[in-house]
Design a protein around this ligand. Structure first.
Ligand SMILES: [Zn+2]
Length: 403
């Protein structure tokens, strides 16, 4: 087979043999062609374990039901491991990319690039296998990121055991390859969900005085929410509250008993997160003036990702070696959610973003049915993650290592 022509700097291309390039692209195409939803990644798990079986790893085992934990012992297996994490699940979306390796599973698609994340985790295992690090490098192929359950399962099943640090990355089609985004501070937000339930009294639409209209309460809550970010949060603090669903009623002439409002709350710091929760709860009091019962339930989701400063600095140094001026911070803050944040509540780490389109290609948002990441991003991700992990492994032997 003719090796594919990759548009990448030599610093990255030279790390991979022609066979490895071909293998990784075929692996990626196979994942993309057969995407699997969260906690259902059985075929994906099998493909990962088969691919890893050819490497000299000390461990390749299932974790979190459909995930895989593998470990390379390194030169000194008694050192604490550094973890490279790649997420592996797909989304319930019907693919419309026209790619020759499009999904053959109706209504399921790798629309967030996790096929590439799985592939670059494999790529990093291949590179570490060829060029072992000082200590062990652990590879976690994590299921169920899209439903924010996978990281918690990995933690529950001791996937972080003895590990000193964890690193990972996400593809980003806002940036051309070979961009590596190494951003100081927050790179994903706290992501929580709120639901208001407004209970009034049902009656005929022609005689509203006989009931209590829950929609008046809903409208007041909707407007009240708009004042939280604009009037109660400091202008320099970044946060978002968006309503995604308003529900209630079933006929034009019946005032219903109940209405509900559901939405998402995004913030970076724990302090802002708690303040937003308090303010959303306080809005319930507005119901009293309408004789309505309003309650608010807040479900806490994935925590924000705050990059460890020391690890981020090392990532920037390693990124510069590979891609030069293409290693940069984010242009704008990212309010996306990532369950990688759960790991950083336990051990220090760093999360990068990797550009995944050609310079002349258009920007397509993730979770869109036309989204795809280019093959090149696999090799950038594999290179930076393995180089950074190896560097971290070297650093932890230094006495009084800061992380
Ligand atoms: Zn994703």
């Amino acid at each position: 087979m003719k090796p594919p022509n990759l548009n990448l700097p030599d610093s990255i291309k030279s790390l991979y043999s022609t066979d490895e390039v071909t293998q990784l692209i075929e692996f990626r195409k196979s994942l993309h062609r057969e995407p699997e939803l969260s906690l259902n990644e059985y075929a994906t798990q099998k493909k990962i374990m088969t691919a890893l079986s050819t490497l000299n790893l000390s461990k390749v085992e299932p974790i979190a039901e459909t995930g895989v934990l593998a470990e390379h012992p390194g030169k000194n297996p008694s050192l604490p491991p550094i973890i490279i994490r790649g997420d592996i699940d797909a989304l319930p979306i019907q693919e419309n990319t026209g790619l020759d390796y499009s999904s053959i599973h109706p209504g399921v698609m790798h629309a967030c690039g996790h096929d590439v994340h799985t592939s670059w985790a494999l790529a990093s295992a291949i590179l570490i296998n060829k060029n072992p690090a000082e200590g062990p490098i652990r590879f976690i192929f994590q299921p169920a990121e899209e439903i924010a359950k996978g990281a918690l399962k990995i933690i529950e099943e001791s996937g972080l055991k003895n590990a000193k640090a964890i690193i990972g990355a996400h593809v980003d089609r806002n940036y051309p390859t070979p961009t590596i985004i190494a951003h100081p501070g927050a790179i994903a937000s706290n992501s929580d969900t709120f639901t208001y339930t407004i209970i009034g009294k049902s009656c005929h639409g022609a005689r509203p005085q006989e009931g209590n209209d829950p929609f008046i309460g809903a409208a007041t809550i909707i407007l009240g929410i708009q004042t939280i970010i604009s009037r109660q949060i400091a202008p320099q603090t970044k946060a978002v509250i968006s309503i995604g669903k308003v529900d209630g009623g079933h006929s034009h002439n019946i005032i219903p008993e109940k209405a509900t409002i559901t939405g998402t709350i995004r913030s970076f710091s724990e302090e802002t997160r708690q303040l937003l929760h308090t303010k959303l709860n306080q809005l319930c009091l507005m119901g009293e003036s309408f004789d309505l019962k309003i309650s608010c339930t807040i479900k806490t989701g994935a925590p924000s990702i705050i990059n460890n400063e020391r690890i981020l600095n090392l990532a920037t140094i390693e990124g510069n070696k590979l891609v030069d001026e293409f290693c940069q911070p984010l242009n704008t803050p990212n309010f996306g959610a990532e369950d990688f944040g759960y790991y950083l509540k336990k051990i220090p780490g760093c999360f990068l973003r990797i550009g995944c389109r050609a310079e002349n290609e258009k920007i397509i948002p993730a979770h869109n049915n036309q989204f795809f990441a280019n093959h090149e991003s696999i090799f950038v991700g594999g290179a930076i993650l393995s180089n950074l992990a190896a560097q971290l492994s070297k650093e932890i032997v230094v006495p009084n290592s800061p992380f």
